[in-house]
Each structure stands twice: as structure tokens, then as C-alpha cells.
Write a protein that binds this ligand. Sequence first.
Ligand SMILES: Cc1ncc(C[n+]2csc(CCOP(=O)(O)OP(=O)(O)O)c2C)c(N)n1
Length: 255
Amino acid sequence: MTNTKQNLSAKKEITWCPGCTNFLILESVKQALANLIDSGKYKQTDFVMTTDIGCNSKIYDYLNLSGICGLHGRSIAAGFGIKLGNPKLNVISFIGDGGAYDEGISHFIHTLRYNEDMTIVVHDNQGFSLTTGQPTATSQQGYKSKASPDGEKYRPLNPIKLALASNAGFIARCNARDIKHTAEILERAIKHKGCSFVEIIQDCLIFNTEISNKDSLMYKIKDNKDKKHAEELADEWDYNSKKGKIPIGIIYQED
Ligand SMILES: Cc1ncc(C[n+]2csc(CCOP(=O)(O)OP(=O)(O)O)c2C)c(N)n1
């Protein structure tokens, strides 16, 4: 590990389940930040993170950055507030699909609309994992859990389409298992001037495993700046099944 990556690692015991895909996301984040810091254009203290509550948000304890660990669904709101208070900081808001697309969906939509220069990273495992797998807005219809014993009634929302409808200027999707690619996209998202949204598809190893292992559906796309094409790319996967193709990369970027 480089010194920069070591400095980004907090010395806390990691309590994610063994093999959790959050380890991979943590590694991608450290890689992206280390590249930016090693370029000489950023210092570690230029970055600040926000999280809320959830398995994803334990990253707050493992990443050696200042920040706020707030209420569930409020990571983006806290990040937006920090950015308004000190625009010089590079804010990264980590949040789960439950926090971003259920509990705090209004913050997600409006922060994209306001286009403040910050980065939203959604760890999307298609379920509320920390609280034992209740369905979220991106869980597939029919998903059986303790909270939905007869199967989830509703069709999932497509966060990429929602981001496009919210006039987001940077929308990307990543596969948590592809550390190198995720690190590259995170780096580009942080460098983007305006609000950037990175949706990371991750498997939870314990809950909603029937929607896991979609790697063979995923394929990398070229950077796209055309809104119509972005809509077509967003339509390729509806989050509801393991059918279709799942485009990975920068789905839309507007300068
Ligand atoms: C305001 C509020 N609502 C609900 C909860 C209960 N709660 C804590 S974590 C969590 C689930 C988190 O799911 P998600 O945001 O998808 O993150 P994951 O655990 O899947 O990473 C819930 C419902 C809470 N702590 N606070």
C-alpha cells in the first residue's frame, strides 16, 4: 500500500461481514483519493465525507477523513450543508439505496438539481441491509423478506432515470467488484465541476441474494454526453430482474 493510501486508512476494526462488497468500495475510494492526492493538486484535508446509517456508512470509521455521520437518509443533506458553509472543500456523500432513494429521496433529487460541486456515492445493494433486508425502492418486485412475506408489491424505481429527470450533470454506474474501474470513475466524478452521482451496484451476501451476481450482464460503455442516448442506456436495465444489459461507466456528463 502506498503511504497516501495508508494515511487514508483509519485504525478501526472493520465489522463488515467477511467478504462484504463494501470492502471493495472502500478500496476503490482509497485508490481514487490517493491518485488525486498524489497528483499534487489535492491534499487529504481538502476532502470531507458525510455518511448516514447503514452498512455502507460504516465507511465513516474506516476512512481517515473529517466529516459528519448523520441520520439515516440525510448524508446528502449534510454534505450539501458543508459545501455551502465551506465551498473550498471537496465533499463526498456516501449513502445506501435505502437512504438515497427511500428515506432521503428529496435530498437526492434537489441536490442534483442545485448542482453544487460535490459527489454522491450510492452503495446500491437493493435492500435495507443493516436492518436485515427490508425492500428498498430498488428491490425487485416479488422480493420476499420478513417485511414483505408475500413478496414486494411495487416495481423498483430506476435511479439513473430519476437522476436524468433531475437534470444531473454527471451520472455514472459502477460494479463494486471492478475496483480499478470504480476508482477511475470516482476520480472523474470528484474532478467534475458540479454535482456528480455515482451509483455502485453491489451484492449483499446475506439479504436479497436472489438479485446478486449480475456481473455477466454488465458491460463498459464509452463516456456519453448525449442526453437521448443516456436515456436509452438508462432503459437497458430496470432493476427488476437479472435480464437485459447493465451499462457501466459515465452514462451522462454535461460540462
Ligand atoms: C431516520 C431513520 N429511519 C430509519 C432508521 C433505521 N435504519 C437504520 S439503518 C437502516 C437501513 C439502511 O439501509 P441502506 O440505507 O440501504 O444501507 P445499507 O445498510 O444497505 O448499506 C434503517 C432503515 C434510522 N436509523 N433512522
